[in-house]
Write a protein that binds this ligand. Structure first.
Ligand code: HEC
Length: 236
């Protein structure tokens, strides 16, 4: 047995009757049962028994700082990671759970492909629209304005003359996937939002954008028409 610590049951230690003969055997059996039931032995102020202490590296692994040099393996004398670092890169091709990578080129051809292949996965429920409105106000309105007119504060202050109104230009006719591509990869002076806005939020922002267009008399329904994905409709 490799029991390094004794475990005291509250109020019971030292109470064992001093007996001999069969009674002693009985006491021994009782003690054995107590040992076997150690799992339930609650010591509130100290660590419990350490069973098989040579395995303790499993239970008490030494902490390593992510950006410090990797600790040395006592057996091999070498760093625990071959490259000597603690923080390791994930294996090539690793994708975070729930994350779907996009494989489009960042050019007009990629935007058109996205326009043909990607489908809005969310319904325009009040909840999704509210989330989209929040995302739009946070990430898009600074340039495109709350109403999507394109006269956002950034554009106004910078004095840029961006063709970025959503309601009176070709954005309303763009297929969903193409707008999603622009949000994800950016376009010309518009930065990419893939690293700041999750894919789900980008789609919900698009729901809000479509609503804005409808409210402004545009007919974003046309976006679903296959003709909208042709290069002629893609515009600049
Ligand atoms: C930093 C300013 C800025 C922000 C923030 C921004 N955009 Fe843009 N956006 C632009 C500019 C500039 C263009 C025009 C790009 C070009 O000339 O190709 C543009 C173009 C677009 C277009 C194409 C419009 C068309 O008719 O061709 C869409 C769609 C669009 N943005 C959506 C969004 C959405 C959705 C967001 C929020 C996630 C967003 N943008 C955030 C600057 C911005």
């Amino acid at each position: 047995m490799n029991l390094q610590k004794s475990c005291h049951r509250h109020g019971t230690s030292g109470d064992a009757p001093r007996t001999t003969g069969p009674l002693a055997l009985l006491a021994l059996a009782g003690a054995l049962a107590a040992v076997l039931s150690l799992g339930g032995c609650a010591v509130e102020r100290e660590p419990n028994y350490e069973f098989l202490p040579w395995l303790n590296s499993m239970f008490f692994s030494s902490a390593a700082e992510p950006y410090a040099p990797a600790p040395i393996n006592a057996k091999t004398g070498k760093p625990v990671f071959a490259n000597g670092r603690v923080a390791q890169l994930p294996p090539a091709g690793t994708v975070p759970r729930g994350f779907a990578p996009l494989h489009f080129s960042n050019d007009e051809a990629g935007r058109e492909t996205a326009g043909r292949e990607l489908v809005q996965p969310f319904e325009a429920t009040p909840e999704n629209l509210a989330r989209g409105a929040w995302g739009f106000a946070t990430f898009c309105a600074p340039c495109h304005a709350n109403n999507g007119s394109g006269a956002g504060l950034v554009a106004l202050k910078a004095g840029w003359n961006f063709p970025i109104g959503f309601t009176d230009n070709n954005a309303a006719r763009m297929p969903d996937g193409m707008v999603f591509h622009i949000m994800s990869y950016g376009r010309v002076n518009m930065p990419a939002y893939a690293s700041q806005v999750s894919q789900a939020d980008r789609w919900k922002i698009l729901l809000h954008l479509r609503q804005l267009q409808q409210q402004n008399g545009a007919t974003p329904g046309a976006v679903a028409a296959p003709a909208a994905a042709t290069p002629a409709a893609a515009g600049g």
